[in-house]
Every structure is written in structure tokens, then in C-alpha cells.
Write a new protein. Structure first.
Length: 396
């Protein structure tokens, strides 16, 4: 097992089997469930792994400590991708003391029926392992209410839970210095935006609590151990949680027979001619919403369009707008358009989503297309693309 530093070992596992994380989010490159073992006078395990991987997990632990017992299990986060092996770990190590906070233990009893041998810590408390000292910083809602991070103050190592995590299995290398990390950056943004993205303010609060703390390693629960790229990774989380964006445009549309898609093409062309270089376009029925949500976090401008279907909004667009509303994304611009065959609904429904839930800044005049584009509606689409471009370029 890889020793990260000073007898802190990586004992996590890779999941290249699951199609959808949380049953929702595609994993084209897999995902890792990271766990760490500190081999000190007191042996301490930090977080566990999803229970399907328990056999490998135990092999990794025993490769480090053989038949010696584990004294402590620190639980930074109770979501079952990390807590799933608690009950089995307790069967193998019945004397283990589980370290967490009050909310951790309420959840642990609920999920696994475990309530004994617990050590409840408060924000700022510490435990001594011998050489290593661990202190605990509560970071509620990054990503659940019980979430905390654990700081090894002896070695400047942060066990950060989901914070600073990303999708993507670890293909041999564990620490960023061993890996070409290029494939991780966009997957970090997709992970952040879809999993943690709703909680920008709690992430900012957590970053403030950790500001000024010297860190040599960040050991998150998903993705590489960060060492060389600590500043970059903290910067990505800081930027995303402040809803800071690049001056670019996402155009996302639903289409049945190509009429709404043609309108999207006209809008994109006009925005491009007006000077917007970063334009990404998605058919909402083809591209998984997690990639669209990722790019909405990256770019300030969004234009959505869809047909009317069953005298309502085309349902894939309805689902996407519902997901975006659930993320509570701030500081964004929205333009919209829609089409209909005989009963108009899409445009008014998109407007309702924005008025009631999204609260993005409206840009340009919405365009409504009856059956197919005309010279008049083509000109309206061009005007919408130009209006968005002007607004975006004013920010640049
Ligand atoms: Fe990776 Fe919120 O669990």
C-alpha cells in the first residue's frame, strides 16, 4: 500500500463497475472511494469505503498492519459511499472506537444500528495517536449536515471528505505528482457542480475555516491525493463555490423534428459573430444533464429552448430546469426560446421556471416559433444571440 507521508497509508478502492454514482451521475472514468490508515502507537482509520468493496478494503488494511488491531475509526462523512463498511469493520475490529460528532452518531444509528464504542468530538477537539495529532473541524453541508474534516496537525495533512474530491478512478497513481491530472479537472467541476454545487455558502465557510492552515497533502474521499496541485484544487473549489464564471455561453435545447434545433443554431451563430468564443451546445435529450450542469457552473450565460409537448414544456427540458433550480446557482444570465405546433406553452413555462425558481437575470427577448422558423423569428433569434453576447462581453 502506498505510504503518502509519515506512516499515513492509502487503503482506498476503485469502482469501475458502477454506471451511475448516487444512481444519478454517469461515471465514464469510474470513481475511487478513498480511505486512509495512520500507523501510529494508536492505529487510526479515516473513513471507510462502499461496502461492495469490503474484501479489497480489508486486504489493503491488513497489508499495512497485519493482524494488529485498529484503535480508532474517524468518520468525516456518513454518506454510504464512505460509511458503508462501518458495520463490517466493527465485526473484524470489535474494540474499535468510532470518532465522530453528535450528528454523525445519529446517522450511524439510523443507517447501521450502531451506537456503542463512540468518541464524540466537538469542533476544534483533538486526539493524540502518539506521533500524530488529529484535530476536527466541522464543515456542515459539505456535503451533509454531519460533515467534518480531520487535520493531522503533525504532518499538515487534511482528510477533507468530499471536499476537493472528483470523479475518476485512480489508475495506478494515488498522489497527483504520480499522475497526469489533465483528465481530472473537468471531472472535478462535474463532481463539484452536481454533488456539492448546491452548497456554495457552506463550502465558502469551510474554506474560511481552513484559510491560513499549512497543508502539504489533501486527502479527499474521491480522486487523487493532492500535493503538487493544492493551490489549484483549492482555487477551483473557491471559484465554483463563489459562482465565479468564465464569459461563455451554454445553449441547451430539446427538439423533436429539428425546428427548435435550427433556432438554437441561429442563436449560436449570432452570439459567435458578436464575439463570444466559448459556446457549448447540447441537445438536452442526448447529453446527460450532469455535463450541462457542469458547464452552467463554468459559463455565465445560458440560453434554453424547447418545444411544447402535450401542451406543456418538453419534459427533458422541464427536468433539466428542475435540476438547475435545485442547485441554487447564482449570478447567471438566461435567454430562452420555444416552439409549438398548435398550442403555445414552452416559452411561458420556461419564463415561469425563471420567475419562480431559477432567478437568473433575463437577457434579450424570448422567441416563440410557430411550427418552423420564418424570416421574422430568425431575426428574433439573431437578436437574442446578440443580446446575450453583448451582456457577456460587457462582463469580460
Ligand atoms: Fe462521497 Fe457525500 O459522499
Amino acid at each position: 500500500m502506498l505510504e503518502i507521508t509519515n506512516k499515513i497509508y492509502y487503503v482506498g478502492v476503485n469502482d469501475r463497475n458502477k454506471n451511475l454514482f448516487e444512481g444519478l451521475w454517469p461515471l465514464p472514468n469510474g470513481v475511487s472511494y478513498n480511505s486512509y490508515l495512520i500507523d501510529d502507537e494508536k492505529v487510526c482509520l479515516v473513513d471507510t469505503v462502499e461496502v461492495d468493496f469490503f474484501t479489497q478494503f480489508m486486504e489493503h488494511i491488513q497489508e499495512v498492519i497485519g493482524d494488529r488491531p485498529i484503535d480508532y475509526l474517524v468518520i468525516n462523512h456518513m454518506e454510504p459511499d464512505h460509511s458503508g463498511s462501518i458495520a463490517l469493520i466493527k465485526k473484524y475490529y470489535p474494540q474499535i472506537q468510532i470518532v465522530g460528532n453528535k450528528k454523525t452518531f445519529q446517522m450511524m444509528e439510523g443507517f447501521y444500528g450502531i451506537a456503542d464504542n463512540t468518541v464524540e468530538v466537538k469542533n476544534g477537539d483533538s486526539i493524540e495517536l502518539g506521533h500524530h495529532t488529529l484535530s476536527f473541524v466541522f464543515t456542515p453541508m459539505v456535503h451533509w449536515p454531519e460533515t467534518m474534516v480531520t487535520l493531522d496537525t503533525t504532518c499538515n495533512v487534511l482528510f477533507s471528505g468530499d471536499a476537493f474530491g472528483c470523479f475518476g478512478a485512480l489508475n495506478g497513481g494515488i498522489v497527483d505528482s504520480q499522475i497526469n491530472c489533465d483528465t481530472f479537472w473537468l471531472e472535478m467541476t462535474r463532481y463539484y457542480s452536481n454533488i456539492v454545487g448546491k452548497y456554495g455558502t457552506p463550502v465558502q465557510n469551510a474554506l474560511k475555516k481552513l484559510a491560513g492552515v499549512k497543508l502539504d497533502y489533501i486527502c479527499a474521499t474521491h480522486g487523487p491525493v493532492w500535493h503538487e496541485y493544492i493551490d489549484k484544487v483549492v482555487g477551483i473549489y473557491d471559484q465554483l463555490s463563489k459562482y465565479e464564471t468564465e464569459p461563455g455561453l451554454v445553449i441547451c435545447y430539446g427538439t423533436m423534428y429539428g425546428n427548435t434545433e435550427r433556432a438554437a443554431e441561429v442563436i449560436a451563430r449570432a452570439a459567435s459573430e458578436a464575439g463570444v468564443k466559448n459556446i457549448v451546445m447540447y441537445n438536452v435529450s442526448k447529453t446527460h444533464h450532469s455535463y450541462i450542469i457542469r458547464d452552467v457552473f463554468r459559463y455565465k450565460g445560458l440560453i434554453v429552448g424547447a418545444p411544447t409537448y402535450n401542451t406543456a414544456l418538453y419534459h427533458e427540458m422541464d427536468v433539466l430546469l428542475s435540476e438547475l433550480a435545485g442547485k441554487d446557482i447564482k449570478n447567471h444570465l438566461l435567454g430562452w426560446f420555444g416552439s409549438y405546433g398548435w398550442a403555445s406553452k414552452a416559452v411561458s413555462e420556461i419564463q415561469r421556471w425563471n420567475d419562480e425558481r431559477l432567478h437568473y437575470e433575463p437577457v434579450g427577448e424570448p422567441v416563440e416559433i410557430k411550427q418552423s422558423l420564418t424570416a421574422e423569428t430568425t431575426a428574433q433569434c439573431e437578436a437574442l444571440g446578440r443580446a446575450m453576447a453583448e451582456r457577456l462581453l460587457k462582463e469580460a
